[in-house]
Design a protein around this ligand. Structure first.
Ligand code: CA
Length: 229
């Protein structure tokens, strides 16, 4: 679903995504029509412009997220805007800045679809498997001895592969009550979690720090390129 009010851009995106990449596209040119069209026929991915008539992209993103885990790529006119959007924790999967090359958009759409393809079913992530009912996790078949907080942290990260989660978001997943915990606590738990993961797989770098923003999880098999030699 292409949500874009500028017909030229919408047409260009549709052209590249459909005729050249084989995706079936729908164009929605107003923010306030997205939800209804989405519910009527949920798309595999939403390409969402920020500035829209009717309802802006931020609000559209929030409403979509409130009822769906559909992959969302937000399109903004300014690079600076991306930091602000990340700060709002909208839960978008990627951000693209205008002007973009349509070819890049196609590549990003494919990458996001690849990354999120297992989101709905959430089977064990490659070598990492998590059993929520037993609060048990294992990596490459070896059980991990995690505290409940570490388990919640790992679960939050691995169920949202490729997404940057802020320390505040992670705290929400880690503690169900409203106790006052410093953001630093997240760093400490991440450090301990990495240690436990690395005790099983020494070269694994699956939890990445994103400077100034938070942490990102890369599925275990997706780390091959990052393994130090
Ligand atoms: Ca626009």
């Amino acid at each position: 679903m292409i949500v874009e009010d500028e017909p030229k851009i919408a047409g260009l995106l549709e052209d590249y995504l459909s005729s050249r990449a084989g995706f079936r596209c729908r164009i929605v040119d107003r923010g306030d029509e997205v939800l209804e069209r989405f519910r009527a026929d949920p798309p595999a991915l939403v390409l969402l412009d920020l500035m829209l008539p009717g309802l802006d992209g931020i609000e559209v993103c929030k409403r979509l997220r409130a009822e769906s885990d559909v992959p969302i790529i937000m399109v903004t006119a300014r690079t600076e805007e991306i930091d602000r959007l990340l700060g709002l924790e909208l839960g978008a999967d990627d951000y693209i800045c205008k002007p973009f090359s349509p070819r890049e958009v196609v590549a990003r759409v494919k990458a996001v679809l690849r990354r999120t393809s297992n989101r709905k079913t959430s089977p064990p992530q490659d070598g990492l498997s998590m059993d929520r009912e037993r609060f048990a996790a294992s990596l490459n078949g070896q059980p991990l001895d995690l505290t409940p907080v570490e388990f919640a942290l790992l679960e939050a990260l691995q169920s949202r592969p490729g997404r940057v989660l802020s320390r505040e978001q992670l705290l929400d997943y880690m503690y169900s009550d409203y106790r006052v915990v410093s953001d630093r606590a997240v760093d400490t738990h991440v450090k301990n979690l990495r240690k436990k993961l690395n005790a099983v797989a020494p070269e694994l770098q699956t939890i990445e720090s994103v400077y100034g923003l938070g942490y990102r999880f890369t599925p275990v098999s997706g780390t091959a390129g990052k393994t130090p030699t």
